[in-house]
Ligand binder design. Structure first.
Ligand SMILES: Cc1cc2nc3c(=O)[nH]c(=O)nc-3n(C[C@H](O)[C@H](O)[C@H](O)COP(=O)(O)OP(=O)(O)OC[C@H]3O[C@@H](n4cnc5c(N)ncnc54)[C@H](O)[C@@H]3O)c2cc1C
Length: 476
């Protein structure tokens, strides 16, 4: 109790109500800090949120967001706000070719019989009709090479160059590397640094069936964050929505920050800036001049965005019994059957996701929707008879940051050159690509660094899942 009183004297302002800011804020509140979470929009969630789309009159996610069993920090955040059980888990992935032929990938399970990692999914992979024998052999060769430590060390080579060096077939390139890995990292293979691809391969396909299991929210994304204001309020904190931060000044005498927002000023002992890189860049000229800020500005300049588009379709009838699928050889990559995935969703609502494709993102609305519908009918012929009742196209041009070779030196740590100010956001140094897990990791790392500097250490960072089976000896 005495410790709590001590902490309550320290106020923390977390700027940015995305996954990074919310993770940091809730962990700090739980540790006894009085936390104010400041968000410019009228709702929490940032790039992983849902809202009422005026065109269709439905609450939709800005895009389907998937997580995996290896996302330990995101799951830690979900547990902290009491929503971990709202995630639906699956270990199966259905790949569909134009024309409708299906291949199912997933761990081998026959009663109690399981295969040890990394062989757990080998039988389904060997059976997959989507890959010719030569594709399977080339993929197996590449995966074996990715288990070696060298694959994690060379950050100068692009994945594209590495795959060419490892003689990947066209089938393996198009149907696995460009599609599955390209969309997991949301970039073309020539713009991906090898260690990031290795990380995805190890976590999703090799380390364990648990690490690779895929999770999807059963409620619109913003509903996952309903517990955040409660967690903060329990420790005297609050959430300030519709509050755009314009700058901040450090008061040496009081050792406090004065934060300027469009609606007034806030005073705080400690600050976490949990913003995307471009919003951090905009704030830099309005922060005190510090030696390190120029370096940060140069680091930010090296970052680049990649778009993700989603097409939300409501049909008058069911077009597929599948919950989700990977669609091969076309611009549309992923199908999510939201009427099946989200609890209480009526109707026949299908969401299509197109990632890492700047050409699709550049299409005018009507052309993009027509192309998506045409392609969808190649996988699910019932689309041709179904009546399209309504449709929404969401283009997120600044969806994720790229992870090209050399990007790690442009990712700052959570420590900044300003006193009592820490950085968070998916783009800071977490070792993860632009994902909710990277955001949650950054939030937990920033919270721990802040706790240390405020002489109130806290533990909120969740460690990685341990590799299982033979991967215990192969992974490092
Ligand atoms: C279309 C799309 C699909 C994606 N798919 C996936 C997926 O399947 N799986 C996955 O793991 N990740 C996915 N991502 C990536 C994931 O959404 C992000 O990596 C993550 O949400 C980033 O969180 P963040 O808190 O770092 O940043 P943000 O979510 O951008 O949060 C920053 C917050 O700061 C606020 N802000 C900005 N400036 C100010 C200011 N001056 N004052 C106050 N507030 C401010 C913003 O409004 C925002 O709410 C996807 C992203 C998009 C856009």
């Amino acid at each position: 109790m005495i410790v709590l009183q001590h902490n309550l004297q320290k106020t923390v302002t977390v700027i940015g109500g995305g996954v990074a800011g919310m993770s940091a804020a809730c962990a700090l509140a739980e540790a006894g800090f009085r936390v104010r979470l400041v968000e410019q929009r009228g709702y929490l969630g940032g790039r992983a949120s849902s809202y009422l789309h005026p065109g269709v009159g439905e609450v939709i996610d800005n895009c389907q967001h998937v997580l995996f069993g290896c996302c330990t920090n995101l799951l830690g955040f979900y547990r902290r706000v009491g929503v971990a059980e709202l995630i639906h888990w699956t270990r199966e992935m259905t790949m569909i070719e134009p024309g409708g032929r299906r291949s199912r990938l997933g761990p081998f399970e026959l009663g109690p019989l399981r295969l040890p990692a990394p062989l757990h999914s080998a039988p389904s992979f060997l059976n997959a009709k989507a890959f010719a024998l030569a594709d399977k052999m080339s993929l197996a060769r590449a995966m074996r090479a990715m288990m070696k430590p060298e694959a994690l060390i060379d950050t100068r080579e692009s994945l594209g160059a590495w795959l060419r060096r490892h003689k990947q077939t066209e089938g393996a390139l198009n149907r696995f590397w460009r599609l599955v890995i390209g969309s997991a990292l949301n970039a073309e293979i020539d713009a991906i640094s090898v260690p990031y691809a290795v990380k995805v391969i190890r976590e999703l396909f090799l380390n364990s069936a648990q690490a690779g299991s895929m999770g999807m929210s059963t409620v619109p994304l913003s509903e996952l964050y309903a517990g955040v204001p409660r967690v903060l309020a329990e420790r005297g904190g609050s959430v300030l929505l519709n509050t755009h931060v314009e700058g901040a000044a450090w008061n040496e005498d009081s050792a406090q920050w004065l934060i300027c927002t469009r609606t007034g000023e806030l005073v705080s002992d400690l600050v976490i800036l949990a913003l995307p890189f471009e919003a951090t860049q905009k704030l830099l000229p309005r922060l005190p001049a510090e030696e390190g800020s120029e370096k940060l500005a140069r680091q930010i300049e090296r970052h680049e965005h990649w778009p993700i588009c989603s097409v939300h379709l409501w049909f008058d009838r069911e077009i597929t019994e599948l919950e989700h699928a990977v669609l091969l050889d076309r611009e549309i990559h992923w199908m999510y059957n939201q009427s099946k995935l989200q609890t209480g969703r009526g109707g026949h609502y299908i969401e299509l996701v197109v990632s890492a494709t700047r050409s699709f993102a550049a299409l005018p609305r009507e052309a993009a929707i027509q192309q998506a519908l045409r392609e969808l009918a190649e996988f699910f012929p019932r689309v041709k008879e179904a009546k399209l009742e309504k449709v929404a196209l969401v283009k997120e041009m600044h969806a994720t940051f790229g992870v090209p070779p050399g990007i790690d030196s442009a990712r700052p740590t959570v420590l900044s050159s300003w006193p009592n100010l820490f950085l968070a956001g998916d783009w800071v140094q977490t070792g993860w690509p632009s994902t909710m897990e990277s955001a949650a990791r950054s939030g937990h790392l920033a919270a721990e660094a802040l706790g240390l500097s405020a002489e109130n250490p806290l533990r909120c960072f969740e460690t990685d899942l341990k590799p299982r089976g033979m991967m215990r000896w192969i992974s490092f």
